[in-house]
Design a protein around this ligand. Structure first.
Ligand SMILES: O=C(OP(=O)(O)O)[C@H](O)COP(=O)(O)O
Length: 254
């Protein structure tokens, strides 16, 4: 029997999703479609009668704006929004800013798929010669983290993401859920995949086939031991959701 519910969602479409570039820790804003998606999620949850108690986001604007727009559409703007770097998107290292289709031309589609979806493959690290290095590491938000700047990641596999996210899930989010709070996590494609791997108990091989569309709330129902009681539910028009998943999967195609 389900005791707890939690929503996990990837933010609305970001500006660089449209340009097909690895965005990761670069602070791009939502595209016009991304704004619409976030508002539509809020309307969907409102119509279903949900009342949120707390929303967790990353430190990246696209995840925070999604939370704000969703709460506005629900008429629940007063609900606390809590930000943490531990929900940031996977750090794509030296791949940040690169175009996926161009990379497939140079390295082959299979290599790009491996970089994007395998569980424990870490891309080459970002270094000071990278065009976005200073923009990321000189940003004041990263002086506010619970680890000092020099220990923040320079590249991550999905496994690394789960390792930095899980202490926050266990220590901060789970206690809220246990107190009876309805929590929504406005995260990113890969920070949400890492969390879903953990919650759904997916194997390293099975997570490779999980791709998340933007702006789609995923409802997870858990028993008293935080084990899923039913398959996760992607809420909304199922045909549109499948089309949105295919769009993300096809980003590496030539
Ligand atoms: O920034 C990103 O994800 P996000 O749009 O969910 O924040 C990544 O570039 C997602 O890339 P991927 O779908 O190739 O893993």
């Amino acid at each position: 029997m389900s005791k707890y519910k939690v929503f996990v969602m990837r933010h609305g479409e970001g500006a660089w999703t449209k340009e097909n570039r690895f965005c990761s820790w670069v602070d791009q804003r939502l595209s016009e479609d991304g704004v619409k998606e976030a508002l539509a999620c809020g309307h969907l949850l409102k119509e279903a009668g949900y009342q949120l108690d707390v929303v967790f986001t990353s430190l990246l604007s696209r995840s925070i704006h999604t939370a704000w727009l969703l709460l506005e559409a629900m008429g629940q703007e007063w609900v606390p929004v809590v930000r943490t770097w531990r929900l940031n998107e996977r750090h794509y290292g030296a791949l940040i800013g690169l175009n996926r289709a161009e990379m497939a031309l140079n390295h082959g589609e299979e290599q790009v798929k491996q970089w994007r979806r395998s569980y424990d493959l870490t891309p080459p690290p970002i270094d000071e010669s990278h065009p976005y290095f200073l923009e990321i590491y000189n940003d004041r938000r990263y002086s506010t983290c619970d680890v000092s700047k020099e220990f923040l990641p320079k590249s991550e596999s999905l496994k690394d993401v789960l390792e930095r996210l899980q202490p926050y899930w266990d220590g901060t989010i789970v206690p809220e859920i246990k107190r009876g709070k309805l929590v929504l996590i406005s995260g990113h494609g890969n920070s949400c995949r890492a969390l879903l791997k953990h919650l759904e108990g997916l194997s390293d091989a099975d997570i490779v086939d999980v791709t998340l569309p933007t702006g789609t709330p995923i409802l997870i129902e858990l028993d008293e031991n935080f084990r899923p009681t039913k398959p996760m539910q992607l809420l909304g028009d199922q045909k549109a959701i499948q089309a949105a998943i295919r769009k993300v999967e096809d980003q590496e195609l030539l």
